[in-house]
Write a protein that binds this ligand. Structure first.
Ligand code: 5GP
Ligand code: ZN
Length: 143
């Protein structure tokens, strides 16, 4: 797709540091290196975000992630963990609109990556959760 940074990387119009490639998927170092080894995994097919994946594309992309995760683990013995992040839409911090999965190695609490999970469990009774779950369940489509 025109004017897509990651399509330009796939076309080798913009250089990148590849860590893995096959016919469906490309993985390369994120330019910002939030932590050392910060890697992006992208489908070669341009899709904007998770809402545009079908099951086949999802299988193609997500099935590659464990082996790339293990490659990071093997490369960085000091790595203590790994965050796998996929931002969808601007509100959710997506800034490049060619879908991508961040693999962010973790080296300790002061490694310059943070994520905040609010806890609002006191606002939800079991019946509130049941209503929410039923609402979502009714929208899950078979593909
Ligand atoms: P998002 O904010 O959309 O979840 O993540 C986009 C990521 O793409 C950012 O972490 C940013 O550093 C990375 N990025 C943006 N432009 C380039 C580029 O030209 N090359 C590389 N390697 N990464 C990029
Ligand atoms: Zn693209």
């Amino acid at each position: 797709m025109e004017n897509c940074i990651f399509c330009s990387i796939l076309a080798h119009d913009i250089p990148s540091h590849k860590v893995y490639e096959d016919d469906k998927v490309y993985a390369f170092l994120d330019i910002t290196q939030v932590t050392p080894g910060h890697t992006l995994v992208i489908p070669k097919k341009h899709v904007s975000d998770i809402f545009e994946y079908d099951e086949t594309l999802a299988a193609d992309v997500f099935s590659r992630i464990p082996k790339i995760a293990r490659a990071l683990e093997a490369s960085f013995p000091e790595m203590e963990g790994l965050n796998i992040i996929n931002n969808n839409k601007e509100i959710a911090y997506q800034s490049v609109f060619h879908s991508h999965i961040h693999l962010i190695p973790r080296y300790g609490k002061e490694d310059d990556f943070a994520i905040h999970f609010g806890n609002h469990m006191e606002n939800y009774r079991a019946e509130d959760l049941a209503t929410l779950a039923a609402k979502i369940k009714a929208q899950v489509k078979s593909e």
